[in-house]
Ligand binder design. Structure first.
Ligand SMILES: [Zn+2]
Length: 236
């Protein structure tokens, strides 16, 4: 369901965190490079846009990893694949540590929103649209993608960041098991809504995403049941 190091190659290592790229990521590269060729004047700018997207996802994942380390957890690898990036984080088993490890990823995008806005104002003031239209388009795209990543990741659909944040917040009051049950329940509903949207929009990617979420919610729901049975809690 999630990418593994099998089929991935080692890209680089920073702050004790190794970044791997799954081979399927190149399918995305091909798709982006071929579908957006009309936006820019040359292939160079398409490649630059692709690298920019790569960079945004990486910053987000490093947010998760470094925050997890801060809480005393372990986080030493990130894998990039077509559905984005996966930071393998194992925070200590307490809600505050989990909340911070998850929230730090979208927070990176939150910080980048005003950065891109300022860059946009500066670009307009400098007349970049006329003098360097490719760079101007690239900046605009990065800004939109950053905002899109933020909104999408904050949807409260487990295992998206929003869903995991919901779970961590509920954990403070309801404990680790009930919080996971409620978050995965909400996740099932959200993934169902996404599947309907994918159907009506005819979006292959949204459909894949919805299927991925359902599989994760099922696994997490099953895990919560096992934990509940172990503790003698009544099933829900
Ligand atoms: Zn994230």
């Amino acid at each position: 369901m999630t990418p593994t190091r099998q089929g991935s190659f080692r890209f680089f290592r920073f702050a004790g965190i190794t970044v791997f790229v799954h081979w399927t990521w190149f399918a995305v590269a091909y798709y982006i490079l071929s579908s957006r060729s009309a936006v820019y004047a040359s292939l160079f700018w398409n490649v630059a846009e692709y690298c920019g997207l790569f960079f945004l996802v990486l910053l987000h994942e490093f947010g998760h990893s470094l925050a997890c380390r801060q809480t005393g957890g372990s986080a030493n690898q990130i894998i990039l694949w077509p559905l984005g990036g996966v930071a393998f984080v194992a925070p200590p088993n307490r809600p505050g540590a989990v909340l911070w490890s998850i929230a730090a990823g979208p927070l990176v995008n939150v910080v980048l929103v005003p950065v891109f806005l300022l860059l946009g104002f500066a670009a307009d003031a400098a007349g970049l649209a006329g003098s360097s239209p490719n760079l101007y388009s690239l900046l605009q795209t990065m800004s939109v993608v950053n905002f899109g990543l933020l909104i999408f990741n904050m949807l409260p659909i487990y295992p998206l960041d929003g869903g995991q944040i919901l779970r961590a917040l509920l954990w403070f009051r309801l404990g680790p098991i009930r919080s996971l049950q409620i978050a995965t329940g909400v996740g099932f509903a959200g993934a169902g809504a996404l599947a309907v949207l994918a159907f009506f929009k005819g979006s292959f990617w949204l459909g894949i995403m919805a299927a991925f979420m359902v599989m994760h919610c099922r696994a997490a729901w099953g895990y919560a049941r096992v934990l509940a049975a172990r503790q003698g809690m009544p099933p829900v």
